[in-house]
Structures are given as structure tokens and as C-alpha cells.
Design a binder for this molecule. Structure first.
Ligand code: ADP
Length: 353
């Protein structure tokens, strides 16, 4: 019964009505007034047809009115105005889609809630370390350390380092939030990637020297015309090269290479550092995810560098990938669109007309 279409149910109802009408006509015919054969056949037939149309009309009005109420309250639209069968079938389909949409929405909300909780937990954890150390140094200084010339300056310096660390975390956090808010406001234009990477290698020279890490391009590339937001792509290279230096082994290297494809340039940043265990690889682009929890937390990185890089590359329509082997090093890859526009440009990448 559940599976029957409404029009078939109405038909069955009308046939039953016709049969009753036939019985009634026969009673009249045999016990009251003699009727012609035509009338005996026509009366039940016509009443059955009438019953069909009346049932159909009434039921359609009823369903349309009730569905209208439901549709307006959950979907803000009117139900389909068609045959009863199509109206009911489309309502069933709409309810199934609505249910699916609701459960996807619930899953999404639960994920967002879990993400929010984890994010706040991580943020609190990140800020706790420098805040506690600043607190410790200040208390020691107040407890008499201020008059002790052997510790007072060094404690102040350490407290100042901890405030720098907090500032780095907050800066990166601000940066990633800005990226999310202004998702679509990339300033994309053609520029020379090779020149940009040279600038970044130069800016990190001092840091690299301190760690005795040799940072260089794989070979001497001539102009590489790409399209993108120069400043943000520069941030990606800075974060990746910075990590290669920060996590690299003394005396190691970091190389930046480019592979050319039709309308794409593949960028590769590789190092011979400690590598990342495969169990961590799927998560290293998450905010605040750390492989070595204790060490890097006290030593500079905000835990947001790779999350920022991923965000920037994805907003350029590409993906960032990593391959790494423990003890051998790490390779980060991402693509950029080649520029079809080879107009002469200024050193900052602005096309010169
Ligand atoms: P952090 O501020 O901790 O460097 P990132 O988001 O830049 O945050 O990196 C996330 C984690 O990935 C780091 O804590 C580090 O363990 C690991 N990592 C990133 N780059 C490298 C690399 N080149 N070699 C080894 N480990 C790396």
C-alpha cells in the first residue's frame, strides 16, 4: 500500500465506489424500478469516473495545501504544481535531499567546533610557554635578582626574547587570519620568480651562515615568468627556506629548483636535514602542528609557517606537497602558473608598457 502511487489509490477507490454503485443500481433494478441495460451499465461507470475526478481534485488541494506549509517553513519555496504523483515524488526527493543536506551541515558544524576547540587549545599552549618564562624572570628579578649584576641583565634579555616569541606567534596568527579574511584579494600579476628567490636567499643569508647551511638555486636560471601575488609567494619561499635552515643539520644545504611544464612551473625546495617521519606528514600543514613538540616550541617557530604557505598556494589554485625520508631530508613542491605575458617588467615585477 505504501508503495502505491496516489493516482492508483484514487483509481482503486473509484472502482470500489463504482462496484457499490453497481450493487445499488441492481437493487433498484430488481426490487423497485426496471431500468434499461444501458442505464444499469452507465450509472456505475459514470459515478466511478465522477468519483475519480472528485477524489483527485480534493486530494490534490489537500496535499498542495499541507505541502505548501511544510515547504514554506523548511525551504522557503512553493511545492511543485503538477500531477499528484509528481508532487508526492518531488516532495519525497526534496525531503531526502534536505535530510542529506542537514546531516552534511551537522557534520560540518561538528568539524568546525572540534577545529575551534583544538585551535584555541593550541593557541593557549603556544602562548603559555613564553608568558610563563617572562613571569618567572620578572618574579626572580623582583625577589632580589634585580640587585644581582650577574643575572639581572641576562634575565631581562631572556624575558625580552620571550616577548619577541609572543610577537612572532601573534604576527603569524594575524597573517593567517588576514589571508582567510581577504581570501580573494590576491594581487596577481606577472613577475620574475628567479629574481624573487634570489632576493629571499639574500635576505636569509645571515641566518644560513649562523647554521652553516648553504642555500642556493639548483642552477643559474634565467628569467622565469610566473603570475601570482609576488609578496605572498615570497612569504611561501621564506617560510620553506627558513624551515630548511632552522631544522637543517650544521653544514647541510637547502636547494631551490624549478621544473618547466606547458603552462606551469613546478617549484621544489629540498634539504638534507633530519627529514620528517611519514606518520607526521599528513598533518604538518595544520596550524600549530609540530613534529618535535618541545624543541621548536622554545626555539622560535610559531608552528604556523607551513599552514600559511599552504593557504597562499591554495589561494593561487594549486597544492603544496611534501616528500621526506628520515635521516635524508625533505622536499617541498608546489606549482605556479607561467605568465603568457612576456612584457618587459620592472625589477618589482610590474609590467612596463
Ligand atoms: P614551525 O614554526 O614549528 O617551524 P611550521 O608550520 O613551519 O612550524 O612547521 C611544522 C613542523 O614541520 C615543524 O615543527 C617541523 O617539525 C616540521 N618541519 C617543517 N619543515 C621542515 C624541514 N625542512 N625539515 C624537518 N622538519 C620540518
Amino acid at each position: 500500500m505504501n508503495k502505491l502511487r496516489p493516482s492508483v489509490l484514487i483509481l482503486l477507490g473509484s472502482i470500489t465506489f463504482s462496484a457499490l454503485s453497481l450493487g445499488f443500481t441492481l437493487i433498484v433494478h430488481y426490487w423497485m424500478v426496471r431500468l434499461t441495460v444501458l442505464l444499469v451499465i452507465a450509472i456505475p461507470l459514470v459515478s466511478g469516473v465522477f468519483a475519480y475526478f472528485i477524489f483527485y481534485y480534493l486530494l490534490k488541494q489537500f496535499i498542495q495545501q499541507r505541502l505548501g506549509l511544510i515547504y514554506r517553513s523548511i525551504r522557503n519555496k512553493e511545492p511543485l504544481n503538477a500531477s499528484i504523483d509528481r508532487m508526492v515524488a518531488s516532495a519525497e526527493l526534496d525531503v531526502a535531499n534536505w535530510e542529506e543536506g542537514q546531516s552534511t551541515e551537522i557534520i560540518k558544524l561538528k568539524e568546525q567546533e572540534a577545529f575551534r576547540r583544538e585551535f584555541l587549545g593550541n593557541l593557549a599552549h603556544e602562548l603559555k610557554t613564553p608568558v610563563f618564562s617572562i613571569q618567572g624572570y620578572i618574579l626572580t628579578l623582583l625577589d632580589g635578582g634585580l640587585d644581582n649584576p650577574t643575572v639581572n641583565k641576562s634575565f631581562l634579555e631572556r624575558a625580552s626574547k620571550a616577548t619577541d616569541r609572543m610577537a612572532t606567534i601573534l604576527d603569524d596568527l594575524d597573517h593567517i587570519t588576514q589571508l582567510e579574511v581577504n581570501e580573494l584579494s590576491l594581487f596577481q600579476r606577472p613577475f620574475d620568480l628567479s629574481e624573487l628567490v634570489t632576493e629571499i636567499i639574500d635576505s636569509l643569508e645571515l641566518l644560513a651562515k649562523e647554521k652553516e647551511i648553504q642555500v642556493s638555486k639548483k642552477k643559474d636560471y634565467s628569467t622565469i615568468n610566473v603570475v601570482g601575488d609576488r609578496e605572498k609567494i615570497g612569504q611561501v619561499f621564506t617560510n620553506l627556506i627558513n624551515n630548511a635552515i632552522f631544522y637543517g643539520n650544521k653544514g647541510g644545504y637547502c636547494r631551490i629548483g624549478f621544473n618547466y611544464f606547458d603552462d606551469i612551473i613546478e617549484c621544489e625546495i629540498s634539504d638534507d636535514g633530519p627529514g620528517i617521519d611519514s606518520s607526521h606528514l599528513p598533518r604538518i600543514f595544520e596550524r600549530f602542528y609540530r613534529v618535535e613538540k618541545s624543541r621548536s616550541r622554545n626555539e622560535g617557530g610559531s608552528g604556523l609557517g607551513l599552514a600559511i604557505a599552504k593557504h597562499i598556494i591554495e589561494s593561487h589554485g594549486h597544492k603544496i606537497l611534501v616528500k621526506s625520508t628520515i635521516g635524508q631530508g625533505s622536499n617541498f613542491y608546489f606549482n605556479l602558473n607561467r605568465s603568457k605575458n612576456n612584457l618587459p617588467q620592472s625589477s618589482r615585477g610590474v609590467p612596463l608598457k
